[in-house]
Design a binder for this molecule. Structure first.
Ligand code: SF4
Length: 378
C-alpha cells in the first residue's frame, strides 16, 4: 500500500501529511528505509558521513519551569543547583579545542534571573577569547525565557545575541510541536512560540537545527503535525540545517514512571527514514547514537541519515535520563566506515575540517590523538 507514496517521493513529488501518516503507520520499514537511503544519496551525493567534535556545556541546571520528561533540572534555590562560571566554561572550551573541537553546544535550564545582558556578556567574552570557535547556543525555550524576563521581542533578542557572537541555535526544546502533547508534559514555551523563535533566528541571518523527541505520550498524528510544522517554517525561511529525531529517555523522570510503552528501534529507524522523505527541504538528517546506541545510530545511516552528530565529550541532560552510551572520535569513525561510508569531520556550518593525523587515528587500536571520553553528569 505504501509503494505509490514511495514512488511519489522518488519521483521528486512532495508528500502530504496523509502520506506521512501512512508511512509511519506502515510495518514495511525496510522498504521505507530503502527509499530514504536513495533520497539521501541524491540530496547528499557521495559516500561521506559527517560528524562534529563539540561539547555540550550545560551552563546551569536551575530551571523555573517543569518538564515531566526531564531529569536534569533543579528548581531555583534547591540543593544541587549550579551555574558555571566563565572560567569553568573556558576550561571546557580549552579541552574541546585541544582534541580538535570546533564549537560548543551550550544550553541550560530557564534561570529566573538571567536577562539578555547575562547572555550577551557570556557570548561576547567567549567570542573575544575564541573568535574562530563556533558558539551554537540556547534553544528556543531559553530565548522565550529571555523574552519573558527582558520584555524584548524574539527578533531583537536574536539580533543582539548574534551581535554578541552567537553563530547558530540548537533546535532543542522542540519535543513534540503540538500543544495537545506539549501542554501535558511541560510548562515551557508552546508550539507557536518555539516556531516563532526559529523564524526570528532565521530572519536575523542565523541558522539552526530542528529536533523531535517522541515517545512522550504522542501518537502518529502528533508526529506528523510536528514534521509538517518544521517543513512549513523551512519553506518560509530555509534556516534549518538539519533535523534530529530521537526517542524519550525515561530514567529518573516523572513521565518515565507513567509511560507504559516506548518507541522501539524500528520506530526510531522508521522516523529517521520518514523524516528524510517528508522533509524534502531539509539538507541533513542526523542519527542520534547517544540516545539509540552506537549500533542503531550506525544503522540509521542506511535509513536516510547522513550525519552522525557529535562525539559529545560532555552531555548532562539526556544522560541524566538514562542515555549512557559513550564514544570517542575513533569509535564514531569506525561505525561510519563499517556502514560503508567515509567519515568526515565538519563544523556547525557543515564546512569540512581536515586535521593532521586523522588517518593514523583510523589505523590505531590505541588513541594516537589525545582524546577525552564522554564525561557524564558531574
Ligand atoms: S527540559 Fe529544559 S526547560 Fe524543561 S525542565 Fe529540563 S531544563 Fe527545564
Amino acid at each position: 500500500m505504501i509503494q505509490p507514496i514511495l514512488d511519489k517521493a522518488l519521483a521528486g513529488e512532495r508528500l502530504t501529511s496523509e502520506d506521512c501518516t501512512a508511512l509511519l503507520e506502515s510495518k514495511d520499514f525496510v522498504r521505507i528505509g530503502l527509499a530514504a537511503d536513495e533520497i539521501r544519496q541524491r540530496k547528499n551525493p557521495g559516500d561521506v558521513v559527517t560528524y562534529i567534535i563539540d561539547r555540550n556545556i550545560n551552563y546551569t541546571n536551575v530551571c523555573n519551569v517543569v518538564c515531566t520528561f526531564c531529569a536534569f533540572y533543579r528548581r531555583p534555590g534547591k540543593p544541587e543547583t549550579y551555574v558555571h562560571s566563565i572560567e569553568e566554561i573556558e576550561k571546557r572550551i580549552d579541552e574541546t579545542i585541544a582534541i580538535g573541537g570546533t564549537g560548543v553546544l551550550m544550553q541550560g535550564g530557564l534561570h529566573p534571573d538571567f536577562n539578555i545582558e547575562w547572555y550577551e556578556n557570556l557570548l561576547s567574552i567567549l567570542h573575544a577569547k575564541y573568535p574562530k570557535f563556533q558558539l551554537h547556543c540556547f534553544s528556543p525555550p531559553e530565548i522565550h525565557n529571555i523574552h519573558l524576563i527582558s520584555g524584548l521581542d524574539y527578533e531583537t533578542i536574536m539580533q543582539r545575541l548574534k551581535d554578541a557572537g552567537l553563530n547558530s541555535l540548537p533546535g532543542g526544546g522542540g519535543e513534540i510541536l503540538d500543544d495537545e502533547v506539549r501542554a501535558r508534559v511541560s510548562t515551557k514555551c508552546n508550539t507557536q512560540e518555539w516556531l516563532d523563535v526559529m523564524r526570528a533566528v532565521h530572519k536575523v541571518g542565523l541558522i539552526s537545527t530542528a529536533t523531535m523527541m517522541f515517545g512522550i505520550g504522542d501518537k502518529i498524528e502528533h508526529r506528523v503535525r510536528h514534521l509538517q510544522r518544521i517543513r512549513d517554517v523551512q519553506d518560509e525561511t530555509g534556516g534549518f540545517t538539519a533535523f534530529i529525531p530521537w526517542t524519550f529517555q525515561r530514567e529518573n523522570t516523572a513521565l518515565g514512571r507513567k509511560i507504559t510503552e516506548e518507541p522501539t528501534g524500528i520506530d526510531y529507524l522508521q522516523m529517521v527514514a520518514v523524516s528524510r522523505l517528508f522533509l524534502d527541504n531539509v539538507q541533513h538528517i542526523q542519527a542520534s547514537w547517544l540516545t539509540q546506541g552506537l549500533k542503531l545510530g550506525q544503522t540509521a545511516l542506511r535509513f536516510g541519515a547522513d550525519d552522525m552528530g557529535s562525539i559529545m565529550i560532555e552531555e548532562n541532560v539526556v544522560s541524566a535520563a538514562g542515555a549512557h552510551v559513550e564514544a570517542n572520535e575513533r569509535d564514531l569513525r569506525y561505525q561510519i566506515r563499517e556502514a560503508g561510508f567515509t567519515p568526515q569531520q565538519r563544523d556547525i556550518l557543515y564546512n569540512y575540517i581536515n586535521r593532521e593525523g586523522i588517518d593514523d587515528l583510523d589505523k590505531s587500536d590505541s588513541m594516537k590523538l589525545k582524546q577525552l571520553t564522554v564525561a557524564f553528569a558531574d
